[in-house]
Write a protein that binds this ligand. Sequence first.
Ligand code: AVI
Length: 314
Amino acid sequence: MTAAKHQPLPLTPMQTEVLGGLSRGDKHLPSKYFYDAAGARLFERICELPEYYPTRTELAILRTHLPTISKQLGPMRWLVEPGSGSGLKTRLLLEALDQPAGYVPIDISDAQLKAYAQDLRQGFPHLNVRPLSADFTADLQLPEGVKKPVIWFPGSTLGNFRPADAQAFLRRLSRWGGGAGELLLGVDLVKPVEVLEAAYNDTAGVTARFNLNLLRHLNHAAGCDFDLSQFRHEARWNPQIGAIQMFLISLGEQTVHVAGHAFALASQEAICTEYSHKYTPTQVEQLAHASGWSLRNMYSDPKNWFGVFHLECI
Ligand code: AVI
């Protein structure tokens, strides 16, 4: 009898991404894996922190300007949201819209999407909710009949894309529903460094837990063996690229394993876990223009900390 050969298991897409990120000279981990159930709950807590101004600032802008925005959009529009719902903000927009034709939330997590659609139908019994289970960063087809959509992308999620990816994503959005749509885009704006760094290094330590939870998630879902007690959270402004970068810093020399591959980390070596780009209004306009959109209006708060950009397809 010959001994059965030990075949390595094929890598999952998640493991492939983690291996790729840890193989770089400047180690990275993909920020999209922050949002397991625990991460999503921590993010909700972040949004309520005194230092984390984006959520409440964007809400205040919407409360002030939604009547005007709604008038400009006109009646019977389809609302399409990449991501399965931004809670209160989406509800405010749906309430403000004049007889919306329907609402299409798009999310890769089918279970989350169905629960959200169900919940929404209770609050808006007459609304035609058409959830679409898909990766919104890839090419996709909106449901039949959804034309000239109003695309809603709040929360400065665009800031978590690298600028080239942000441009490619905005270009894709411009083609949704056959083009000719409009985009309501919430973007966090450049502001004093102290304000930015405080927002990502909160005193209650919630952002630190959110950051470390990425390792816990990868341990469970990608078979890694990160020891959470051997890392600390750090977030700092990078003026060269105009972004807050979040890091997990190795507290000592250590080796971590991913799917049978070993990675050595030096003491104080940083793993970058997130980019949160901040833009000036002019930069947003330029980025939008380079991706097939022109600016109709921009709404901001008295300190100009956050912008809601109303864009239309060129
Ligand atoms: C989801 N995104 C816009 C947040 C941000 O501000 O970049 C994620 C986040 N990371 C740490 N705090 C919040």
